[in-house]
Design a protein around this ligand. Structure first.
Ligand code: G1P
Length: 277
């Protein structure tokens, strides 16, 4: 069974300055809910209710968000405003949270390695909350789709999406053999390639399921692109030694790490979720 999910939330959010000077980027609200709560709700829906956060300096608001605020509870209790707390109360009721800090920013691979003590020797999910993934009412959340696949194949899985040529350099890119509709066995993976070096147009999106042997592999992975320890490189080693799958998920992804993507997500959520009730 897979129960744990890691959230690397130590990043600075420089693209949102000055908003993120004193506030974590993960707390920026998409309409009325912080970005990170969407990711946690997706994780809970998938049955991953042990949430591990790899935080850093200036990120205390995230821990506070998922903790009880007695003063607020007391003030609002019995009033008409109480319903505003429903979604966060649900999350706090269903999930457990643990936190560890990434002391140095040495890349996503390193951030995930920092979560080793929270995860132990079990398969686990990873959610990059900048990537807001939404499905229409008919499909399950992306993490739930991936957990289903994990139960069948028992190996690491990355979420992928086709991206246009001019965006390819922003992503990890895979190449693979299609084993069924929308599912590939990975045989190549490159972190943020130039277009001419990209093995395909299939880009990795911030949802992973990783088997725990990944921790030892990350420890042996030298810094790669931009001098950072890349999870993409560690996954490539795993793919060579065994199996890594890439899954073209059902749903929409918004790049909430960019102002444009964030505004797009806000409009979408306002029209399709908030106003729709
Ligand atoms: C990270 C990964 C990259 C992946 C991306 C998805 O990059 O390193 O492989 O495609 O997330 O959002 P980042 O955007 O954190 O630089």
């Amino acid at each position: 069974m897979i129960k744990k999910c890691l959230f690397p939330v130590a990043g600075y959010g420089t693209r949102f300055l000055p908003a993120t000077k004193a506030m974590p980027k993960e707390m920026l609200p998409v309409v009325n809910k912080p970005l990170v709560q969407y990711g946690v709700e997706e994780s809970i829906e998938a049955g991953l209710i042990d949430i591990g956060m790899v935080t850093g300096r200036g990120k205390r608001a995230i821990a506070d968000h998922f903790d009880m605020n007695y003063e607020l509870e007391h003030q609002i209790s019995g009033s008409a405003k109480e319903e505003y707390l429903t979604s966060i109360r649900n999350v706090m009721h269903k999930a457990d949270f643990s936190f560890t800090r990434q002391v140095e920013m040495r890349g996503l691979g390193d951030a995930i390695l920092n979560g080793k003590r929270l995860i132990g020797d079990e398969p686990f999910g990873v959610v990059l909350s900048d990537d807001l993934c939404l499905t229409n009412g008919e499909d399950e959340g992306v993490m739930a789709q991936m957990v289903k696949l994990y139960k069948q194949f028992r190996c690491s899985i990355v979420a992928i999406q086709e991206v246009p040529d001019d965006l390819i350099h922003k992503f990890g890119v895979i190449d693979g053999e299609q084993i069924k509709d929308g599912l590939y066995q990975v045989n190549n993976m490159v972190e943020k390639p130039a277009l001419e070096d990209a093995p395909s147009n299939l880009a990795i999106i911030g949802r992973y399921i990783l088997t725990p042997d990944i921790f030892d592999i990350i420890e042996d992975t030298p810094p790669g692109k931009n001098g950072e320890v890349q999870i993409t490189d560690a996954l490539m080693t795993q793919a060579k030694n065994g199996c890594v799958l890439a899954y073209k998920f059902k749903g929409r992804r918004f790049d909430c790490g960019s102002v444009e993507g964030f505004v797009e997500a806000t409009n979408y959520v306002f029209e399709n979720i908030y106003q729709a009730g």
